[in-house]
Unconditional design. Structure first.
Length: 97
């Protein structure tokens, strides 16, 4: 590997890391688990049959074939604000008061 290739790869990794961080920041702003990428979230929602997720997933999969399946993170998603709201709603079955 030449010195130019060495630094080019480092810069590509740095830019990719920044894009993933921005992706997850946008997700966190919308209440999604901050450890989960939007691609993973959208892929899961598409698989769960959510109508809104289907065209977005189709677009992402058109840009990068199989993207929303390839980058799904099955171990992420539990820190979603939406899940917390659903599980901790006052008056719900598991309410401790
Ligand atoms: Ca993650």
């Amino acid at each position: 590997m030449t010195t130019i290739q060495y630094y080019s790869k480092a810069i590509c990794l740095w830019l990719t890391n920044i894009l993933v961080a921005l992706d997850q920041l946008v997700g966190a702003i919308f209440g999604i688990d901050p450890d989960e990428t939007l691609s993973s979230y959208i892929g899961k929602k598409r698989d769960a049959g959510r109508t809104w997720a289907k065209p977005i997933a189709a677009f992402l999969d058109w840009l990068d074939p199989n993207h929303t399946t390839k980058y799904q993170e099955p171990d992420e998603g539990s820190n979603s604000v939406w899940i917390w709201l659903k599980e901790n709603k006052p008056g719900a079955k598991n309410d401790e008061v």
